[in-house]
Design a binder for this molecule. Structure first.
Ligand SMILES: [Zn+2]
Ligand SMILES: [Zn+2]
Length: 643
């Protein structure tokens, strides 16, 4: 559908609405804004310089259109809240959220009294009523002082603060206000032509949020919601949220007995229960095997270290607020480690290294401890003690690109094994950084070369690197399409210099090594927590804590069932048996709840034919199968790490 209109001389001075209505009359009802030279503007604006404009249609697939809808809905929300809760309501900001899994917009309020989730339907109802009135969004440009007066009249002090800030930072003489119905807001726009487009929306939750995100400021009330043009899309979205809630690893973690935390031990410190521990151990074994195959050497380093090491590394200076207080040992200050790098560096430095020794790749499941404020802790995903799947590569400048490529290959293999898709970003030199232009040039080039060579799609995050080097950052995309922080590959120009990590080159001179920090899984806590949600607790057989359970239909067959269990156990499988007095139906329900991949049901017939009736979590009934045959099937599935 062509929605681009060329502007002729006669059109100058007309509003965009007028031009669109005369050119695209059949679409007029669906047009909500326009793109002029790539910039989004309201239909009410007039055309002066532009040669062509593109109509933006009310369509959930058009990101701009959706953003305009969501943002406009936040205005509607503020209008409704002000009408319902009185003139003392102060409203602050209400942006659209386009990359959040759950929310599509929010608005922050300073309210005369607290508000609860139970009140959201009442607000929604008022919003619907206001939307149906098709109130026009009217843009008003006012000089700074006059705009401030307007907000003073209605007691909107936060808006006055924002206007002062805009005037100062952007050095402008005027600001734009928008009015719809009885509601006035400070905003850049654009917005919908009128509120009648707002039909499919939902308010989702109420939370506290500090004004400007600063804990020294007043705590405001944030109301979150989401909006679409299409009611079906809203329905699908709400179903997805419900799915995600059912998958919450804190809920499933308890139900499947994977982990817990204890108030007495301390928040953010994970206790791995046997079921969680076996998953973790299986992942660790896979990881170590794969790293060993690819030329990494496994190391272990201590959990505490003299804090001098963190003075040299610079962590004490740059990251002291996330490090725990020192403990005194023989009059020296020791710290629990926040990072594994210094330990690996000291192993590297324990000998004189020659260019022939390089590259050296050390890997470790290194447990570190970092302070996180209580409010930010979240199940296994945000914790205070965690184990990184850490590795450090020491190489020459010439070897860097190949090392990065091997790392990217390893990451790709491991993530696909777990069934994750991923997105890639290349983060380049930030404003504040150390190192020379030349160093940033070759290190960034090495990362870019690999991404290009492997034909990988990536985004460039200009200035998104750490102060000591560029990095590749990946985001995992899980089975619900949510994004999780994933692997990082970080070049470091800083630590090798601080710790004097050198090698003797072919020229017999001493050179500083290039160091790469990299993690594939991130932390085992976060990774396993994420996996629980990714698989909705139904782990593939190779990872499942219990791979099969034998269910005798009555007590008479307990002995035969035990024989099968023993045989499977002898072959290395994790197999349990349910010899309770319950009926077999109850046993099946229990095994289903525990999401066990295979149930082996045995009774008279099975005993006589020396088989078991196999029920697969995925494929349903598989019929009577001899034990040896089952062993063959399950071995294949486990060895191939089938999903
Ligand atoms: Zn706005
Ligand atoms: Zn490191």
């Amino acid at each position: 559908m062509n929605t681009i209109i060329s502007i002729g001389e006669n059109d100058r001075g007309k509003t965009i609405r007028e031009i669109i209505e005369s050119n695209l009359s059949e679409l007029a009802k669906r047009i909500i804004a326009a793109r002029v030279d790539g910039q989004l503007i309201d239909l009410g604006a007039s055309v002066n310089e532009a040669r062509q404009i593109e109509a933006v249609l009310a369509d959930d697939d058009d990101r701009d259109a959706l953003e305009i809808l969501r943002h406009s809905t936040s205005h509607l929300l503020a209008q409704a809240v002000r009408q319902l809760y009185g003139d003392e309501v102060k409203y602050t900001i209400g942006p659209a959220l386009m990359d959040d899994f759950k929310y599509g917009f929010y608005y922050d309020f300073d309210l005369p009294r607290p508000i609860s989730t139970e009140e959201l339907p009442k607000i929604e109802k008022r919003m619907t009523k206001l939307a149906q009135q098709k109130q026009t969004f009217e843009r008003i440009e006012l000089p700074i002082e006059q705009a401030k007066e307007e907000f003073e009249k209605i007691g909107q002090t936060y808006k006055i603060e924002l206007i002062d800030e805009i005037a100062k930072e952007e050095n402008v003489q005027t600001v734009s206000l928008y009015r719809h119905g009885d509601f006035l807001d400070l905003c850049r726009g654009p917005h919908l032509p009128h509120t009648g487009f707002i039909k499919a929306f939902k308010l989702l939750s109420v939370a506290g949020a500090y004004w400007r995100g600063d804990a020294n400021n007043k705590m405001l009330t944030r109301i979150y919601g989401v909006a679409f043009y299409d009611k079906d899309n809203l329905k699908k979205h709400l179903e997805k949220i419900e799915q995600a809630q059912k998958r919450d690893h804190r809920l499933l973690g308890k139900q499947l007995d994977i982990y817990s935390t204890s108030e007495l031990i301390g928040p953010g410190l994970i206790l791995w229960h046997p079921n969680g521990a076996i998953i973790r151990h299986t992942i660790e074994r896979f990881w170590i095997d794969e790293h060993t195959k690819r030329g990494y050497q496994l190391v272990y380093t201590p959990h505490i270290a003299n804090e001098k090491i963190y003075q040299i590394s610079g962590h004490l200076e740059a990251y002291s607020e996330m490090m725990y207080s020192p403990m005194d040992i023989d009059g020296q200050n020791f710290r629990v480690k926040p990072m594994n790098c210094p330990g690996h560096i000291h192993i590297f430095n324990s000998q004189t290294r020659s260019y022939r020794d390089l590259p050296i790749r050390y890997c470790e499941f290194g447990t570190v401890y970092r302070y996180e404020p209580t409010g930010t802790l979240h199940g296994m995903l945000r914790v205070r003690g965690f184990t990184q799947d850490d590795a450090h590569i020491f190489c020459t400048v010439e070897q860097l690109a190949d090392e990065i490529e091997d790392t990217v290959d390893l990451i790709d293999y491991m993530l696909k094994t777990f069934g994750y898709e991923y997105k890639i970003a290349l983060a380049t030199r930030p404003e504040k950084s150390i190192g020379t232009d030349e160093e940033w040039q070759w290190s960034t080039e090495a990362l870019r070369t690999v991404l290009e060579r492997r034909n990988l799609e990536y985004e460039v995050e200009e200035g998104g690197g750490v102060f000591y080097g560029p990095k590749i950052q990946m985001m995992l995309v899980d089975s619900l399409g949510r994004e999780w922080q994933g692997p990082t590959v970080q070049v470091d120009l800083n630590l090798p210099r601080r710790f004097n990590c050198t090698y003797i080159g072919q020229d017999n001179a001493e050179h500083t090594v290039v160091m790469v920090h990299r993690a594939v899984l991130g932390s085992l806590e976060r990774f396993v927590g994420g996996l629980v949600e990714h698989y909705a607790g139904a782990f593939p057989t190779w990872l499942a804590p219990v791979q099969a359970v034998v269910l005798p239909v009555s007590e008479k067959f307990n002995d035969y069932a035990r024989k099968i269990q023993e045989k499977l156990k002898d072959n290395g499988f994790r197999v349990e048996i349910d010899c309770s007095d319950d009926k077999v139906g109850a046993k099946i329900r229990r095994a289903t709840m525990a999401k066990v991949p295979y149930m082996l049901i045995v009774g008279q017939q099975e005993q006589e034919s020396e088989t078991a009736s196999v029920r697969s979590r995925k494929q349903g009934q598989l019929g009577q199968i001899k034990t040896d045959e089952f062993i063959k099937k399950i071995s294949q599935e486990i060895d191939s790490k089938s999903l």
